[in-house]
Every structure is written in structure tokens, then in C-alpha cells.
Design a protein around this ligand. Structure first.
Ligand code: URP
Ligand code: ZN
Ligand code: ZN
Length: 465
């Protein structure tokens, strides 16, 4: 099977030029001008950008959490991702406490195998890393799981103490793998939550934000960096939400410490006034860390512009309002934490970044694809447009304007009963998407099949993402 994409404007993290792309089977074979090659399929990409497929390095599909499961599984979640121009995700497998991480990996393989529309890898959420389990980390790396997530938050659920963090980071440093950190001081936050809950009028969604101060996120970042530094391991901070925490990342990077961080669209565009929405509406945005005061957004954009933040991930972890978020109707601490976004990331960042002249087209590609590929051992198979790379491509219409809505057939395929972005107008929409040379979305229509997506064994951290 061969495909010839003609007349597009190819954008990578470093290039910007007009050329044709010839794809054979799963791979980009030739890039050149005015190619006259017979191909099974021809696509005219005049007036369209061609981006490397988006890579979302932070998703939670079919995840047991907060007394329920995230509402998108690998079938629905990856179909929605494909519609939005994301062709690879790195989802979080979970180690059950007291069980092997390798068992956790098996469970995630079972969830994903035969169900995914796009390629996927796994990080491992490490919840229980006693000394006699450290050998498992090497085994995970051999299986292509070259990064872990550890939580300084959620005591009694995913929380790891500092000794476990240090132990795991030290081994990660030796193995050439990376620890991703949910940086919040969960012990102090739990104390604050418990005292709020003693008062009857502190039960609504807004108390989720008030009980998780930015200082506690900053403290988590600072402690994680210090532990990683002594353990001689790189560290990647997930879902960084605020200026306080970003300052800690900057301080460490200025000292030459290999600290990396992602933020998420919701922290760039939404703020904590959402929690003042009438009734229980604010539960839609109960994710952790919470939305912050609006002034933080400019600081995060500056972090992206100047390279102190390197990626934009979604932390896609959807729960329906009905029957799921409702679990916390009378107690904000029981609202399942997480929000949907896997489908809207590329349009949101294109609109808020490129159209609003905050970032270049090249930076857009770096933030949504290339950096994650380099950081997490996928490059150059993924994350760029080059001869020999997987033909994961997004043909993107930079002029198309749409208003995101749960009812809009072009912006909502996620299995969740609301949109976190309801009424948000974006310019720029992915139109046609190829995954390993197959057209999976054709002019917004799903043409892919579940099971096309393959597990990708990721490589080691190279030290120079
Ligand atoms: O609220 C969130 N972020 N839910 C998913 C779990 C996590 O902490 O990433
Ligand atoms: Zn987290
Ligand atoms: Zn997450």
C-alpha cells in the first residue's frame, strides 16, 4: 500500500517547507518536490499544514480511580485521540500495591491489545517499590516501559514516601530510565482536606482548589528535584499547573539539573473561577492539581516559550457527571479526579499558541509531539517527518474555525457526558490523519479500525531530549 501526499506545507520542530511525501507501507520513503510516483492513494494537501502525529504522553484510559473507572477505554479514547490529531499516546499502567509491576503491565496490555486505533506505549505507576522489587525496573525497561510515575499525592492510594522515591530514582538513573512525578505534598493536603470537611459549608467542588495550595505543589517539585539530584536521575514533572511550581523547575534547570516538565491545556486556558459555576457544575474541572488563579496562565505560556516547560500533555482522565462525578455530590474529596481532553489538545494549543502568536509553528510541533518522542524513547520513529520515520501524519486545516462542544460531531468523540471546553472557539482543526501509513481519519470521518494501533516498545532516555 502506498500513499502520495502532495502540495502540503511540512512542519517539523525545525523545518517549514512545501513538498510531497511518498509513503510505502508504514513508513515515509521519499520527501521531495513535485514527486511523480504512482501511488495507490493520492491526497491533495494544498493550503494545509502537515504535522507529525501528535504524541500525548499522559493519558489514563480505563483507569480504576476514585471508586470508579475513567470513562474512556482504549477503544473510545484512542478513537477520540485520532480525531484530534494524536497518533501516539503513553498511558499509565498501574502496579497494584503488593503485586509485581510486571503484573500491572500485563493488565494494561490486556486492556489495550486489539482495541486501540493508534499506537501506544506505557509508563508504569509505581505504588510499592520495596528493595526486593527493584530488579523489576530493568525488566520493565526490556519490555519498553522506560519511565515510571510516582505520586507524592494521594496518601493511601498511589502515594510513595521519599525513601521509595529515592530508591526508584537511583535505579532509574542507573538503568537509563526516567521517573515522572506527581508533585504535591499529599500529606499536608490531606490534613487541609480533613479540616475543611469538618465544616458543613466546605463540601462543594470549589474546596478541591482551596485545599490544594500552589505552595504544596511547589514544595513537591522542590523535594522531587532534590531527591532526583542526589539519586543522579533525571526527573519529569507531570501536569505542572502554576507559577510557584514552575519557579522551582526554573531554579533547578538554571543549576544544570536534568528536570523536565509538562503542563496541560486546562492550566493554560481555564482558571479556578470555573469552580464557582452554579450547583455541582464545578465538578467538571475537579482534577489534580486543580485549576489555578488566572494570572498563572501567562507564566506557563512564558515557560513554554522559553523552554522551561517542554511539553503539553492532556492528563486525559474523564469521568461522566452522571453517576461518576456525582459520587462526590456531598463531599468534594469524593469527586473522581480528572477531566477529558485527549481530543482537543492540538486545536487548543494551535489556537492559543500559534494563532494568538505566542509560539511558532515549529514550537507547536515540539510541544505536541517531538519533545515527548525524544524524552520517552520514541524518536525518530515518531515525533518528526523524515525518511524512515513512521508515517504518522496530521493534515491540518489552519483556517477552520469550530466551537468545541459535547454536541459537536467534529470536536467530541470522547465517551464522557460533558466537554471541559464547552463553547470554546478554536481556529485550526485536524482533517485527515495517518497512522503508520494508514488513513485512519479522512476529512474528519473515522476510517481506522480498532486493533490497528500497536504497542510501541520505547527506548531509553538519551540524556539529550
Ligand atoms: O486529576 C487527575 N490528574 N487525575 C488523574 C490522576 C493523576 O494524578 O494524574
Ligand atoms: Zn498525577
Ligand atoms: Zn495523570
Amino acid at each position: 500500500m502506498s500513499v502520495l501526499i502532495q502540495n502540503g506545507r511540512i512542519i517539523t520542530a525545525v523545518d517549514d517547507y512545501h513538498a510531497d511525501i511518498f509513503i510505502e507501507n508504514e513508513t515515509i520513503r521519499i520527501i521531495g518536490t513535485e514527486l511523480s510516483i504512482d501511488a495507490d492513494i493520492r491526497i491533495d494537501a494544498t493550503n494545509r499544514y502537515i504535522f507529525p502525529g501528535g504524541i500525548d504522553p499522559h493519558t489514563h484510559l480505563d483507569m480504576p480511580f476514585g471508586g470508579t473507572h475513567s470513562s474512556d477505554d482504549f477503544e473510545t479514547g484512542t478513537a477520540a485521540a485520532a480525531h484530534g490529531g494524536t497518533t501516539t499516546i503513553i498511558d499509565f499502567a498501574i502496579q497494584n500495591k503488593g503485586s509485581s509491576t510486571l503484573d500491572g503491565l500485563d493488565i494494561w496490555h490486556q486492556k489495550a491489545a486489539g482495541n486501540s486505533f493508534i499506537d501506544y506505549g506505557f509508563h508504569m505507576i509505581v505504588t510499592d517499590m520495596q528493595k526486593d522489587r527493584l530488579f523489576e525496573l530493568k525488566r520493565l525497561a526490556e519490555e519498553g516501559v522506560t519511565s515510571y510515575k510516582m505520586f507524592m499525592a494521594y496518601p493511601g492510594v498511589f502515594y510513595s514516601d521519599d525513601a521509595s522515591l529515592f530508591r526508584t530514582m537511583r535505579k532509574a538513573g542507573e538503568n537509563g530510565t526516567v521517573v515522572c512525578i506527581h508533585a504535591e505534598n499529599g500529606i499536608v493536603i490531606d490534613e487541609i482536606i480533613q479540616s475543611a470537611l469538618l465544616e458543613k459549608d466546605k463540601r462543594g467542588p470549589k474546596w478541591h482548589a482551596y485545599t490544594r495550595p500552589t505552595r504544596m505543589e511547589a514544595e513537591g517539585v522542590s523535594r522531587a528535584v532534590a531527591i532526583a539530584e542526589v539519586a543522579e536521575s533525571p526527573v519529569y514533572i507531570v501536569h505542572l499547573s502554576c507559577s510557584d511550581a514552575l519557579d522551582e523547575v526554573k531554579r533547578a534547570r538554571n543549576r544544570g539539573i536534568p528536570v523536565y516538565a509538562e503542563t496541560c491545556p486546562h492550566y493554560l486556558f481555564l482558571d479556578q473561577s470555573k469552580y464557582e459555576s452554579p450547583g455541582f457544575e464545578g465538578a467538571k474541572w475537579v482534577m489534580t492539581p486543580p485549576l489555578r488563579e488566572k494570572w498563572n496562565q501567562d507564566k506557563l505560556w512564558t515557560g513554554l516559550q522559553f523552554g522551561d516547560l517542554q511539553a503539553v500533555a492532556t492528563d486525559h482522565c474523564p469521568f461522566c457527571m452522571k453517576e461518576q462525578k456525582e459520587l462526590g455530590k456531598d463531599d468534594f474529596s469524593k469527586i473522581p479526579n480528572g477531566a477529558p481532553g485527549i481530543e482537543n489538545r492540538m486545536s487548543l494549543i494551535f489556537n492559543g499558541g500559534v494563532i494568538q502568536k505566542r509560539i511558532s509553528l515549529n514550537k507547536f510541533v515540539e510541544l505536541t509531539s517531538t519533545f515527548a518522542a525524544k524524552m520517552f524513547g520514541l524518536f525518530p520513529q515518531k515525533g518528526t517527518i523524515a525518511v524512515g520515520s513512521d508515517a504518522d501524519l496530521v493534515i491540518f486545516d489552519p483556517n477552520r474555525k469550530e466551537t468545541i462542544s459535547v454536541n459537536h460531531p467534529l470536536t467530541h468523540h470522547m465517551n464522557v457526558d460533558y466537554s471541559a471546553w464547552e463553547g470554546f472557539e478554536v481556529q485550526g482543526l485536524s482533517e485527515t490523519v495517518l497512522s503508520r501509513g494508514k488513513i485512519i481519519i479522512d476529512h474528519h470521518q473515522m476510517k481506522g479500525r480498532k486493533g490497528h494501533g500497536q504497542y510501541i516498545k520505547r527506548g531509553l532516555y538519551t540524556g539529550i531530549p
